[in-house]
Design a protein around this ligand. Structure first.
Ligand code: AMP
Length: 359
């Protein structure tokens, strides 16, 4: 059995590692041969042609992805040759913040206020409707806080329009949330679904910094699972799905979807009985899914921009797991992550604080 992965970044690398553990082969289709997954998976160089896609499809049994920003026409071409999971409908919706929020609304899943923006007049009027507290975002290709600007004054509105006005845009009401959580769930081809306990996330400048799990809140867990189940059914979804929420006054507001394994789910690698990478592969191979649970309170700290000295990290916090994706350092780039476990949450918080001091 061979799984084809579109992309060769750290998510493909971690998927390929899980595949190795399961005795499954992988082949990554990527634009450069030195991408992180090249360390543990064969690669096929993507020259952008349909011949290349055909060759890729014929070399694998099933196809999945590590990044949702793939041209839908290419996915359709591949889907004519091999099963592509998750399905094209889910990928198309998750590529566009407007489609995502329209889908949430259509399915009765609460989300932030939003309005699609086609010109500066619409922007000004929507910003006024949203009590002058809003975020202007590009509908597509935004990640890690890129392609979004906070609008608090009329001058911000003008500057934001000048910066982003050439692209399709969405205005979102700024929600002064209490905290952020994500739900990772999986559905296999036969329709079995499982959910990971909620993960508490802290972002800075739009980039995920720290995740902690399990975040135990029965009401929020049930609500989040119900929303994800609705999406699973709507999309006839197969694979891992990540769902990010804002929490305000004990209520969930959908932020965004990732139709793939997700950065906030990395702590399942070390702290849970089954990782999101195994769950994804088992789902697309239609194998039974174990119910995920955390063995210990677990934290994940992203390593962004530069990598700390391995020896110092391991000396400071024995038992910490150090993941180095093998990427070139660059400001704002996710280069790796640390995960640590502790017997209780208080000890975990102390460990995080100690690690933060040397990052
Ligand atoms: P996003 O790329 O849309 O997930 O945004 C990155 C981060 O910006 C989120 O995780 C939040 O911390 C913050 N953010 C995004 N949208 C909103 C919003 N409508 N209200 C408040 N904060 C937001």
């Amino acid at each position: 059995m061979k799984v084809g992965i579109l992309g060769g970044g750290q998510l493909a690398q971690l998927l390929a590692h899980a595949a190795y553990e399961l005795g499954v082969e992988t082949l990554c289709l990527c634009e450069r041969k030195d991408e992180p997954a090249s360390r543990n998976s064969p690669m096929l160089l993507d020259d952008g042609t349909t011949e290349c896609l055909k060759e890729f499809a014929h070399k694998v049994n099933v196809i999945t992805l590590e990044n949702e920003n793939i041209a839908i026409a290419r996915l359709q071409f591949l889907a004519a040759h091999r099963p592509v999971y998750p399905g094209i409908k889910a990928v198309a919706v998750s590529q566009d913040r407007l489609f995502e929020k329209q889908t949430f609304t259509e399915l009765g899943i609460p989300t932030v206020l939003f309005k699609d923006i086609n010109n500066e007049t619409e922007l000004l009027s929507a910003w006024q409707d949203f009590q002058q507290q809003a975020l202007l975002k590009t509908r597509r290709f935004g990640y890690d806080g890129k392609g979004q600007l906070r609008l608090q004054t009329q001058e911000d509105v003008q500057i934001a329009w000048a910066k982003l006005g050439t692209q399709p845009l969405i205005l979102e009401g700024f929600l002064p949330f209490d905290f952020e959580v994500s739900l990772i769930g999986a559905r296999n081809v036969s329709g079995q679904t499982v959910f990971v306990p909620l993960i508490h996330n802290t972002q800075h400048a739009g980039i995920l910094r720290t995740s902690i799990a399990p975040f135990l809140d029965r009401h929020l867990q049930e609500q989040a699972e119900q929303y994800m189940q609705t999406l699973f059914t709507h999309f006839d979804y197969v694979g891992v799905l990540a769902f990010e929420f804002f929490v305000k006054d004990g209520k969930l507001y959908a932020n965004e979807l990732a139709p793939r394994v997700h950065n906030s789910g990395h702590l399942t690698l070390d702290g849970a009985n089954i990782s999101q990478f195994h769950l994804h592969l088992l789902s697309i191979l239609d194998l039974p899914l174990a119910a995920p649970r955390f063995n210990y309170p677990t934290a994940m700290l992203n390593l962004i921009g530069s990598l700390p000295d391995k020896k110092e990290v391991l000396k400071t916090s024995p038992g910490v797991r150090y993941y180095d994706y093998g990427k070139e350092p660059r400001a704002g780039r996710k280069l790796g992550h640390l995960s640590c476990m502790a017997k209780d949450e208080k000890t975990l918080r102390h460990k995080i604080k100690t690690l933060r001091e040397i990052l």
